[in-house]
Design a protein around this ligand. Structure first.
Ligand code: HEM
Length: 434
């Protein structure tokens, strides 16, 4: 990693990393939740924080697990996202750190997730407009085709690892459709995606950041060539629509293509992994879905509520302000636990229970809220519902072959491996995408 990136790492991740470690050793609940114990099982820490109040001071930022408060901060224009353009190191070092701009990536502006209005609006609007009804219809067809191809290739009576061979394959095919990229390049994207996603985590190691920057550089080189090609020969895809609209410059095109990869791929793979694992663990819930298949979309909402693929987000006070009777100076960070909000007993009855028929499951905040609310939400819902339902219909006797293994990441929480025995394969008329 060059010295410029070292300084970026130091200010964005190095300082929080040291503070979290020290505080974790002292037994601080928030710091422990953000460490290995929290990754394994965050919910006891969330409930401790909830019991301390709606807005809780920690040695690093403020934190809330309260549904109403998380929602209200997300739509409060006195708060914004933390921009890595304003990295917290002395001015002279900042000039040095900014001299070599990082490769376009999901965690730095102009990626829309790291921008505040009005610049955010200028980035987001053209991207949303590129998702035309015709383009979305094409994505639906791809979800059906890819799911069937993957299921056809799975052996009757065999044993497989589901994340590698299914949960990550459906979303990557969709991202490739969106970006108009050739199928044969999927393997390298899976590797870059795996290396880049930790960038959106808190307090990652220098090595992980270095690997992420390297992957971002490789992706940039690829996108330079790919975008030039789409300028000359536009395809029938969403990135071509965006390139042809001329609304974003080349660097912004790359940053926002990389955020579609960063925000759209692992999240959806995690959702599919969570859904499958939950249903394997709770066969009575699967039986209910077999008896009442109309509940499938609600089961996916409930999985989103119960195990949100994006576990936590944060907002920074853009001005001195008052929140919950507390004076927060400009720059104060508030960590918003989406997982905590999703199990708030004030909104969800018996919140620690997974219930595919929960009437208000869709009140979860797993797709965030306000100006940064995920615009891939309906696509992700459709992908997961079709993929998981089809999997259980084709392999009705499927069962866990070993306990699933979690990734060592908190922000994007999900399984690295879900080993299963598939059992017999039955031929069914493929269900169509709802
Ligand atoms: C289960 C799957 C998904 C989950 C749980 C998810 C979750 C989220 C969350 C929580 C945010 C906002 C973060 C914040 O407020 O700080 C977000 C933003 C975003 N998501 Fe998703 N997402 C998913 C799938 C997708 C897909 C499939 C796409 C692409 C087609 C996508 C594209 C985006 C983009 C571009 C943003 C940034 C929006 C902005 O900053 O205005 N996401 N997502």
């Amino acid at each position: 990693m060059t010295r410029q990136y070292w300084l970026r790492w130091f200010s964005l991740h190095g300082v929080p990393r040291v503070v979290l470690r020290v505080q974790s050793r002292k037994g601080d609940t928030f710091a422990r939740m953000m460490g290995p114990e929290g990754i394994a099982d965050p919910h006891p820490y969330i409930e401790t924080i909830r019991s301390q109040g709606r807005l809780v001071k920690t040695p690093l930022p403020w934190v809330t697990c309260d549904h109403a408060l998380v929602r209200s901060v997300l739509r409060d224009d006195r708060f914004g996202v933390r921009s890595s353009a304003r990295i917290q190191i002395p001015k002279v070092l900042q000039r040095f750190a900014n001299r070599v701009p990082p490769p376009a990536n999901p965690a730095d502006p102009p990626a829309m997730l790291r921008m505040n209005p009005p610049d955010h609006t200028a980035m987001r609007k053209p991207v949303v407009s590129a998702f035309t009804p015709r383009a979305v219809k094409k994505l639906r067809d791809t979800v059906e085709t890819v799911t069937e191809e993957l299921l056809d290739a799975m052996p009757s009576g065999g044993s497989i690892e589901l994340v590698e061979s299914f949960a990550s394959r459906v979303p990557i095919a969709i991202i490739f459709d969106i970006l108009g990229m050739p199928r044969e390049d999927q393997e390298k994207f899976l590797a870059w995606g795996k290396d880049m996603t930790p960038m959106l985590d808190v307090g990652i190691s220098r090595r992980t950041y270095g690997r992420a920057m390297q992957a971002a550089q490789s992706l940039n080189d690829y996108l330079d060539r790919h975008i030039e090609k789409l300028r000359r020969e536009p395809g029938d895809d969403i990135l071509s629509n965006l390139v042809q609209s001329g609304d974003l410059d080349h660097y912004a095109l790359k940053a926002n293509a990389s955020i579609i990869i960063g925000a759209g791929f692992e999240t959806t793979a995690n959702l599919i992994g969570h859904c499958v694992s939950l249903l394997l663990r709770l066969p009575e819930q699967l039986d209910r879905l077999r008896a009442e298949p109309q509940l499938w979309p609600n089961a996916v909402e409930e999985a989103l509520r119960y195990e949100p693929p994006v576990f936590i987000t944060a907002r920074q006070a853009l001005t001195d302000l008052e929140l919950e009777g507390v004076q927060l100076p400009q720059g104060s960070m508030v960590m918003l636990s989406l997982a905590g909000a999703n199990r708030d007993p004030a909104v969800f009855t018996d919140p620690q229970r997974f219930d595919v028929a929960r009437p208000n499951a869709n009140e979860h905040l797993s797709f965030s809220y306000g100006v940064h609310a995920c615009f891939g939400a309906s696509l992700a819902r459709m992908e997961a519902t079709h993929a998981v339902r089809s999997l259980f219909e084709r392999f009705p006797d499927m069962r866990a072959a070993a306990p699933p293994r979690l990734r060592q990441q908190l922000t994007f929480r999900g399984y690295a491996q879900v080993p299963v025995h598939l059992g017999r394969k039955v031929q069914v008329t493929p269900s169509t995408v709802a």
